[in-house]
Ligand binder design. Sequence first.
Ligand SMILES: [Zn+2]
Length: 184
Amino acid sequence: MSICISIGHGKTTSGAYDPGYVLNSFYEHELAKKIGLFAYEYLKENFDLECETLNFDSELFLTDRIKKINQEKYDLVVEIHLNLSGGEGVEAYRSVRSNTSLGEVICNEVSRATGMKNGGVKEKTTNSGCDFHSIIRETNSEVVIVTCGFMNSLYDMNVLSTTLGQKEIGSAIAKGIAIYKKLI
Ligand SMILES: [Zn+2]
């Protein structure tokens, strides 16, 4: 079984840096990278499974990430993002083609570890009923997007902006994957 932790944003179509959402000195991509690294490290340290990172060096645009996921045929991909405003807490997105509980399990673990609101798993579609997010729509692996809190939420930012909070979220994502895969 191969697992991939992917980081959202980092590179634009023209090759420039894409920070994702920006709030003061905080960049979505940089925070996601820190969380992703803790998730990856927790998986490597605690479980005997094949785990890879994607876009940790901000080198892959969205279409590059999609291409790589389809090439590597990972069993499971978690792509890490943050939200900006209009809500609070951790949420996940899955495909309308899938009824996977992976996102739900991850949200439960992150919420339990951090006290952040549990927004649960959602499906976002276009008018024609296809998945809205291309990384979910155009890949064949089990892909879940986890948005690890809202940068405009004081509570969420208190967690997101500290190394301890980033470690809590990352470890909780890893535990969620392990629980979903019945490794613990
Ligand atoms: Zn994002």
